[in-house]
Design a protein around this ligand. Structure first.
Ligand code: G3P
Length: 221
């Protein structure tokens, strides 16, 4: 499973990228707004830090506007994957950008039928939002299950499933069990994946016991 981090906070990305665990980054207009920074500067800095795809989202709503903005975003770096919404116009823009050799992330996906259309339009990845479905009392993970099932029925659909709107580690585990290709996770969720209370108490006990031996692995006293 690949891990992307879902943030436009460059310092967070710098810190997380040092682990070597980051396969990419996703941003959206809300995350750019939260960063209070220029979208081109942020994307350029992220691309310098991370080797994988970095999603930057268009804000036009018509096909030609999306294509023009997408090309402009892609000028920042080859790594920029252009994010378009799962609308009729977005699907048309996806096809054009894909044919121009630009990777496309089709976002705001809330049904398996939408995901199939994105795949047929040439999306590199499709982003179903699990948390936002859970928020309205629907089963976000059931959508991931359905998309996996449908994509596996048609080998010609090579679009990867990028699970988005992840809120907690259980979303990641469930997505992995289903066989989703990528999870884009907020930084705090990525960190939470590495923690367990028994790891903390276990380490504490080991270090206490070690102190009693009076030994030092580097040989100094
Ligand atoms: O980047 C798209 C998605 O991950 C947004 O998540 O938490 O705003 O629903 P959220």
């Amino acid at each position: 499973m690949k891990f992307y981090v879902d943030t436009a906070d460059v310092e967070e990305i710098r810190e997380l990228s040092e682990t070597g665990l980051l396969d990419g980054v996703t941003t959206n207009p809300s995350l750019i707004a939260k960063s209070n920074r220029n979208v081109f500067e942020v994307l350029a800095e992220i691309c310098d830090l991370v080797d994988g795809p970095v999603s930057g989202e268009v804000t036009a709503t018509d096909r030609d506007g999306m294509v023009t903005e997408g090309r402009r975003l892609h000028e920042v770096s080859e790594n920029v994957m252009v994010k378009v919404p799962l609308t009729w116009e977005g699907l048309k823009a996806c096809r054009i950008l894909n044919q121009a050799g630009i990777q496309v992330n089709v976002t705001l996906c809330f049904s398996a039928n939408q995901a199939v259309l994105a795949a047929k339009a040439g999306a590199t990845v499709v982003s179903p939002f699990v948390g936002r479905l859970d928020d309205i009392g629907q089963d976000g993970m059931a959508l991931i299950h359905d998309i996996r099932l449908v994509f596996d029925n048609y080998q010609e659909l090579s679009t990867e499933i990028l699970v988005a709107s992840i809120r907690h580690p259980m979303h990641v585990l469930e997505a992995a069990k289903i066989g989703a290709d990528i999870c884009t996770v907020p930084p705090q969720v990525l960190r939470a994946l590495a923690t367990h209370p028994l790891t903390d108490t276990g380490l504490e006990a080991f270090l206490e016991d070690w102190k009693k031996t009076g030994q030092n692995i580097l040989g100094e006293t």
